[in-house]
Design a protein around this ligand. Structure first.
Ligand code: GLN
Length: 205
């Protein structure tokens, strides 16, 4: 039976947790914060929020969540990573901090802080394959954001930058149950990316 409101967790170790909780509720999910292994066991899907990937990586180990989360990802748990969350989902990382680890799952190479010092933040209207459709583009806000430098053959490119010095760079991807964006849809009040993710979660119930 398809549950109308799947339970979607937001990893709540660090980052913009509250915004994702609100966007998930708007997108049709029951949103819960995840800090413990027992809480991770109860979710149908998970959001890895934006924040600081080095801190989240460290706290995942301190809270003994890292191995459990890797196991659930390998088991097909739908996960959406935004910004720092995209970094955490990447199989390969460029410009990471020393000793920084990712969870992996997405067959991509991600460059951390890719926009460089000159362009700490960037904003652009983006078409997202399978998400914006005939509707208006998404107002994509990038804050010290990563981008996808290289994507493997099974990775679907969902969005690319269309203008500016980084035009053509991949900033949204999907592979199976994993979705990642370099930008922060949770801060713009546009719930279409979260709605899309909730639909991905429902498909796996
Ligand atoms: N630069 C941050 C990192 O390395 C990501 C920034 C963000 O999530 N807004 O994790």
């Amino acid at each position: 039976m398809t549950a109308p409101h799947p339970t979607v967790g937001v990893l709540a170790l660090q980052g913009d947790v509250r915004e994702h909780v609100a966007a998930l509720e708007a997108g049709g999910a029951r949103a819960v914060r995840v800090r413990r292994r027992s809480e991770l066991e109860d979710v149908d899907g998970l959001v890895l929020p934006g924040g600081e990937s080095t801190t989240i990586d460290r706290l995942l180990r301190v809270f003994e969540l890292r191995d459990a989360l890797r196991a659930r990802i390998a088991d097909g748990l739908p996960v959406y990573g935004s910004c720092a969350g995209m970094i955490l989902l990447a199989d390969r990382l460029l410009d990471g901090a020393r000793d920084q680890q990712t969870l992996g799952g997405l067959d991509v190479t991600v460059r951390r802080n890719a926009f460089g010092r000159q362009v700490d933040s960037w904003e652009e209207d983006l078409e997202l394959t399978g998400i914006t459709g005939d509707g208006p583009p998404v107002d994509a806000v990038f804050i010290r954001a990563p981008w996808v430098e290289e994507a493997g053959p099974d990775v679907e490119v969902v969005g690319r930058l269309g203008s500016g010095p980084a035009a053509g760079r991949i900033v949204a991807v999907r592979q199976g149950a994993l979705l990642a964006t370099s930008f922060h849809p949770e801060i713009t009040g546009d719930d279409r990316v979260h709605r899309h993710f909730v639909a991905m979660v429902r498909q796996r119930l």
